[in-house]
Write a protein that binds this ligand. Structure first.
Ligand code: GDD
Ligand code: MN
Length: 404
């Protein structure tokens, strides 16, 4: 677990250093505070001196009613020039559930939230902006969803009762455009919620316990969706309010960071181990293909096409059997029975045959249209089809059907 810096005055929370790993949720016995903390709500702030008192007041009023002494508000301020952390610290005596962290060496919305979650004691972790653009009262509905068993409850601008107040066409376009790019790069992550850009949500601590998070910029929800053990997601519509005080810190930099974050998450979620196994099986298929082709041609003196087709089919069955037992063994072992296995073989066969067509098409395009050397063109075609075969088979043939 992170080692603590000790220079801060005793009311400021020590800033965790090191990896952005979420610790295990505190159980009742380990929970040092007098009563069990149910909700830890992090408020990341940068130059929110004009907003911080009002949002602390509103949140405390709301939560004192539903979770008396069982919640904590954690302000994580990145050493704001307007001394937001100092204003927040001066409120601690009035709001006993309030804890304040001042980060000096680090900067950034998402990492600020994670540092707050690293010191959180609640069984539910949350985040809300510090500028009142996220309506605090919605918290009760989000909490209600968590009470009913949701792993993640997201405030969304894109469901019923959702929306943004008077956003310019440009900002709407940028926000939706960013979402679209996210859907293309990480459909299985970004596509799980209607508002993946939302900065307002609650998540079960256990779903993130032990996870190493590694966000960039603003989009902490995408990191939670990509790396957390999240099954049940609930959404509540809200209207994103206009800012009353202070300025948004969003610049083009955040958009660049978002794209880098998407790519980083994409690469880290790419099932490298499984892909290497798939590649090894593919390689074994080449040997089987060549051996059978040799046997049929030289020993049995069968025709070229007939030998090639039989050899290809034997290689496909070889690859299927190894992939079903080894590459995707963890998935196929959950889908027992011959009929299911035969269905997977059929899908695998069709996808590999489609891959063959794709291979020949790419080869011809590169060789005949672009004039690329035939061997390089063939290598590019094989590499492309390997990715195709792997990804489509992962999504279709060995699709995880039973959701836990
Ligand atoms: N600690 C810390 N460090 N806090 C930050 C930083 C930072 O570097 N940058 C911004 N914040 C705080 C702000 O003080 C505010 O409380 C909150 O993060 C959101 O920042 P804004 O700059 O107001 O963002 P926005 O309103 O344009 O966008 C917000 O809403 C969108 C819609 O939900 C963000 O939450 C976006 O992530 C979200 O997509
Ligand atoms: Mn804002």
């Amino acid at each position: 677990m992170a080692n603590w810096s000790v220079t801060q005055p005793h009311f400021l929370l020590p800033v965790p250093l090191g990896a952005l790993q979420i610790p295990e949720a505190q159980t009742a016995s380990k929970n040092t505070s007098t009563s069990l903390i149910r909700l830890s709500l992090v408020i990341p702030t940068y130059n929110e001196g004009e907003n911080i008192e009002y949002i602390i007041q509103l949140l405390s009023l709301l939560l004192d009613a539903v979770l008396p002494n069982a919640y904590e508000l954690i302000v994580v301020d990145d050493d704001s020039p307007d001394l937001t952390w100092k204003v927040a610290l001066s409120l601690v005596s009035k709001y006993p559930q309030l804890r304040v962290m001042r980060r000096v060496e680090e900067r950034g919305l998402s990492t600020a939230v994670i540092r707050g979650w690293q010191v959180a004691r609640g069984e539910v972790l949350g985040v809300i902006d510090g500028d009142l653009q996220h309506p605090p009262e919605l918290l009760l509905q989000l909490w209600g969803k968590m009470q009913r068993g949701a792993d993640l409850a997201v405030a969304s601008r894109h469901v019923e009762n959702g929306g943004v107040s008077d956003w310019s066409i440009v900002r709407r376009f940028l926000s939706r455009g960013a979402q679209l790019i996210g859907l293309m790069v990480l459909p299985g992550v970004v596509g799980r919620v209607s508002d993946p850009m939302s900065g307002y949500f609650l998540v079960r601590h256990d779903c993130l316990a032990g996870k190493m998070l590694n966000p960039l910029g603003y989009k902490i929800l995408i990191e939670v969706l990509g790396r957390g053990n999240i099954s049940w997601i609930a959404e509540v519509g809200y209207v994103f309010q206009e800012r009353q005080e202070g300025m948004s810190k969003v610049t083009w930099k955040q958009y660049v960071e978002y794209l880098r974050h998407l790519l980083k998450l994409r690469l880290s979620l790419w099932p490298v181990g499984r892909f290497i196994r798939f590649g090894a099986v593919g390689l074994s298929g080449v040997f089987v293909h060549m051996a059978v082709f040799y046997l049929l041609r030289s020993e049995l003196e069968w025709g070229l096409t007939r030998s090639a087709v039989i050899a290809a089919e034997v290689a496909i069955i070889n690859n299927f059997l190894w992939n079903d037992r080894w590459t995707f063994g963890d998935i196929s072992s959950q889908q027992k029975g011959w009929s299911k296995r035969f269905k997977r073989l059929l899908k695998f066969n069709i996808i590999c045959l489609a891959g063959l067509v794709l291979n020949v098409t790419i080869l011809n395009l590169l060789f005949n249209l672009l004039g690329i050397n035939e061997y390089i063109a063939n290598l590019i075609a094989i590499a492309t089809v390997t990715f195709w075969n792997f990804w489509i088979n992962l999504k279709l043939s060995w699709r995880v059907t039973e959701v836990k």
